[in-house]
Design a protein around this ligand. Sequence first.
Ligand code: AMP
Ligand code: GLY
Length: 420
Amino acid sequence: MKVLVVGGGGREHALCWRLSASPLCRELLCAPGNGGIGRVAECVPVAAEDLDGLVRLAQERAVDLVVVGPEAPLVGGLVDRLQDAGIRAFGPTALAAEIEGSKVFAKGLMQRYGIPTARWERFFDAAEAKAYAADLGPPLVVKADGLAAGKGVVVAQSLEEANAAIDAMLVARRFGEAGAEILIEECLTGREVSLFALTDGSHMLPLPSAHDYKRAQDGDEGPNTGGMGAVSPTPRLTPRLEAQLQEEVLAGAVQAMAAEGRPYTGVLYAGVILTEQGPKVLEFNCRFGDPECQALLARLDVDLLPALMACTDGTLGHIGLDWTGDSAVCVVMAAAGYPGAYETGTVIRGVPAAAAEPAVRIFHAGTAFQDETLVAEGGRVLGITGIGPSMAHAAASAYRAVAVINWPEGYCRKDIGRPD
Ligand code: AMP
Ligand code: GLY
């Protein structure tokens, strides 16, 4: 088979690493890919948002399966476009991807089908939004309805902060149309976990649990990021609670989407917060988490490709996946300054030596090779993943490899995989 992976982050490197090892995969392409992906796949310089270019590429290269990594092309309708062109694609259609692309849709869905979530209201008007915020009282959460590259959620500690976020979204249109409608939610507290399942629209195959680390600094301080680390499995869930959430949240959402006439296929990701009042869903995403995917796939013990294929043709009921009993801990190395402004083109040394450490796998995100020199090209740059019989062992392996990397312009959190 010829497979095309869309995206160029650490998640896509992990997917490419697994797919390139599949005996069914004869040729692997990735658009646009990155420095590390170029070692296991042919990188083609087509952006993940260039839907025309991606459909053309899949047609020209007679690709048998397209695996879409990021949310933007999914929400934009890439899978629909590929299907119209007769090309098999892993990922939800645009209508189904609205579970991530419209927070108002996702909240409405949860409300209609009894999936527990934070109390909320939707607003087009800033004055009405501010009145509701004043009524609810801080802390509260202001969210843009649409995709805002991970920046559309403001956890406001004061009413001033909430009002500023409301104005930025509804009046100044900081996120354009994505913020033409907003949501205001009660602020929940608790530990967060990430749950995933593959689905073909009717069958569902839950994947192991994970949790990620969203803030830039140790101890969950500092600004929100795309994710500075992840562990799988998460020690935050008992087997019983995990089974309950797989049923109520993941299976519940798959059934709800089918009932709404938007059958969901691909991977469904639920971000859940464990509050004193019980677990509540913060968000659904229409893709694998990044960096959760790196930690998950480091533990996979079988070929991934048949499972992804089965999601596209309704045969997931015949598929099982085996996972090692190990833990995986992924430590993200980011460019200093990220998630704010950062430098690019800085040289990263020592990656081959770090990758030679036992029980370590290194996934590239924002990297490129200039001749044989590895340079940083993005905010999140490497995902150093340790594997071991416990979270502590896995974290120790990951940080041993981090110590071997010589990149003065980079940083990472030091507490990924430490017990809560
Ligand atoms: P979302 O994109 O909706 O998951 O929001 C991103 C992050 O913002 C979440 O992972 C939480 O850390 C935080 N967040 C979102 N909604 C809430 C909420 N209702 N209460 C507290 N924190 C939240
Ligand atoms: N790790 C968070 C996300 O992928 O959205």
